[in-house]
Design a protein around this ligand. Structure first.
Ligand SMILES: C[S@@+](CC[C@H](N)C(=O)[O-])C[C@H]1O[C@@H](n2cnc3c(N)ncnc32)[C@H](O)[C@@H]1O
Length: 269
């Protein structure tokens, strides 16, 4: 079940709606904080309580962009309701529709997004942007200062809302925290950036710490990581395609290594 949407201006309520202690502390701040900037769009922006905004240092000049490719985030009508398809809850439905349940793994994107947003790299203001492209080609942006729900159930509720309504806005504010965008993602990337694709199958095996350390300080990084269970990312728009371990990693594990390399380079403790 998806949680009902918040009505604009309604007070955030109830302890059980927050998903961790930090959220409770932050929600008090949210109620008094004014929106950093107002967007003049009038489309059906969608408000969601429980997505507070975390303390965030302003962006410095160069930083990192992450793109999660081929994320398994697909909505379908199952019985009478629309749901985010996953291999645990929808195996029979998927088999009946000649789909392979093993391909339906929204948890991979969930863990990957959390790994990026939770990183000290992000907390230090060095994450410039996070884009997610679904297996079906839907591109959306996740603002670096958003707190994404930690439990899968609530994450799937938010993804369902996003993919149906095309944006999610913080309660009492007009900033879109998540929003569907027009393809291709390349139009949003910094011009002076190095685009790096990741795959276990790449023949170029590198130590990610040495790799990022060797890049000039005035260059932005764009990291393209797969958020799917099988297959590999397309390398159409990447400048380099690397492997960072002799072992296949989870998307979240791969991201942790990338963030660790940058944190070392930029001396973020
Ligand atoms: C769950 S894996 C996808 C599995 C897929 N068989 C593969 O290795 O590409 C998620 C993503 O993590 C990244 N990844 C996993 N292992 C890696 C490695 N050893 N080096 C670089 N990237 C890796 C890739 O971007 C991959 O698409």
């Amino acid at each position: 079940m998806v949680r009902p949407y918040a009505v604009k201006g309604r007070k955030r309520k109830k302890r059980e709606e927050n998903y961790d202690r930090e959220d409770e502390e932050q929600s008090a701040e949210d109620e008094t904080e004014s929106a950093p900037h107002e967007e003049k769009e009038t489309e059906d922006a969608h408000e969601l309580s429980g997505i507070p905004i975390q303390p965030y240092e302003p962006k410095s000049q160069t930083g990192a962009v992450f793109i999660l490719e081929k994320a398994s985030l697909e909505v379908a009508k199952v019985g009478k309701t629309y749901q985010l398809l996953n291999s645990d809850d929808h195996a029979n439905f998927l088999k009946r529709n000649n789909r392979n349940p093993a391909d339906y793994r929204p948890d991979i994107a969930h863990q990957a997004i959390l790994a990026i947003l939770d990183s000290p790299l992000n907390k230090a203001g060095k994450l410039r942007a996070l884009y997610v492209k679904t297996e079906k080609g839907v591109l959306f942006e996740v603002k670096p200062h958003v707190r994404i729900p930690r439990t899968y159930k609530r994450f799937s509720g938010i993804m369902l809302q996003l993919l149906q309504k095309l944006s999610i806005t913080a309660v009492g504010k007009r900033e879109k925290l998540l929003r569907v965008m027009k393809n291709p993602v390349t139009q949003y990337l910094p011009i002076d950036s190095r685009k790096i694709g990741f795959s276990f199958s790449s023949v170029k095996l590198v130590d990610i710490q040495d790799y990022v350390a060797a890049v000039n300080d005035d260059v932005n990084f764009v990291f393209v990581v797969g958020a799917m269970a099988h297959g590999k990312i397309d390398n159409e728009y990447v400048d380099d395609f690397i492997s960072i371990s002799g072992y296949p990693l989870s998307a979240a594990g791969c991201i942790s290594r990338i963030c660790g390399g940058l944190e070392r380079k930029w001396k973020i403790l």
